[in-house]
Design a binder for this molecule. Structure first.
Ligand SMILES: NC(=O)c1ccc[n+]([C@@H]2O[C@H](COP(=O)([O-])OP(=O)(O)OC[C@H]3O[C@@H](n4cnc5c(N)ncnc54)[C@H](O)[C@@H]3O)[C@@H](O)[C@H]2O)c1
Length: 275
């Protein structure tokens, strides 16, 4: 499959001269949920490495503010759960960057509702909303991103692109009230290997990061007493993870050509208790 643009010409030259290592300066990435928290740190890390980065987020104000500080970056107002919205974002990336090499999905939401409580059964609409954004949204983005990556000229390793998803330790040990969130993240873990298998012949890798407790705006809303109790479950280092530490792993996954089909916990050894 032939692609276009300067990045593909450089890839072809590299292949000719036998270079296998991905060069970050000519790598084009999208980061969903890139306006805040883990996604934002990833955008900043990639940009500092010289990559072309597009922020896909439904929060236009924060996304535009961020991109205004990062020369050469692009903001697209995208709802990951909406086909047309993601397709429009990818068309803007194609236009601005000439193609796509890396797709990091960080967009996600959470609700705290029990399966059955004094208020009745878990509202189905809330369950569907969380699954729709976290699980269906992640799949929606990666399938359309893969379509773009498939057009790339492969590098000397035969690689055309890299997908990085974000699950959570809640995929394995979600707490009371996290049934929708846990199910959505478990689905992301479950699709990591089949996506990697489906895309192997195209030279596109797919991996997932399962973070523990990370210091993002999400935690600002949680009372300090609750945060302290959660932190007690962490082994070492005994603190929340920093978004920059998530970004380091996302970057490593992009750079390490032998990492594929895997979910990596980034959690300082935490195993969440029921509450
Ligand atoms: N912070 C943690 O402790 C933690 C732990 C495990 C997993 N995670 C996961 O990491 C990811 C990022 O979390 P965070 O803490 O950085 O959250 P955050 O709330 O700081 O950022 C999430 C971003 O996603 C965007 N977003 C939400 N729904 C969207 C949609 N439909 N379309 C496009 N953008 C949308 C928001 O506008 C926001 O900018 C989430 O998937 C979350 O579940 C976070």
């Amino acid at each position: 499959m032939e692609g276009g643009g300067i990045s593909d010409i450089i890839r072809r030259l590299r292949r000719f001269f036998g270079e296998t290592i991905l060069k970050l300066e000519e790598t084009r990435a999208i980061v969903t949920g890139g306006a805040s928290g883990l996604g934002r740190a990833t955008v900043e890390n990639f940009h500092a490495a010289g990559m072309r980065v597009a922020v896909f987020d439904r929060d236009a104000e924060r996304g535009q503010d961020l991109c205004a500080q990062l020369p050469g970056s692009l903001f697209a107002r995208v709802d990951v759960s909406d086909e047309a919205s993601v397709a429009a974002g990818l068309a803007a990336v194609q236009q601005a960057f000439g193609g796509l090499d890396v797709c990091v999905s960080c967009a996600g939401i959470n609700v705290g509702i029990k399966t059955l409580s004094d208020e009745g059964p878990h509202p189905l609409a809330d369950f569907q909303r969380v699954i729709g954004i976290n699980l269906v949204g992640t799949f929606n983005v990666l399938r359309l991103a893969a379509e773009q990556m498939a057009k790339n000229e492969p590098d000397a390793n035969g690689e055309r692109g890299v997908i990085v998803n974000t699950a959570s330790v809640a995929a394995y040990e979600a707490q009371i009230g996290q049934v929708a969130y846990g199910a959505s993240k478990g689905g992301i873990v479950g699709m990591t290997l089949p996506v990697a298998r489906d895309l192997a012949k195209l030279g596109i890798r797919c991996n997932t990061i399962a973070p523990g407790l990370m210091n993002t705006p999400l935690f600002e809303k949680i009372p300090q007493k609750v945060v302290d109790r959660l932190v007690e479950m962490i082994q070492f280092p005994p603190r929340l993870g920093e978004p920059s530490e998530f970004a380091l792993l996302a970057r490593h996954i992009v750079e390490n050509p032998y990492l594929n089909g895997e979910t990596i916990r980034l959690d300082a050894g935490i195993r969440m208790q029921a509450r």
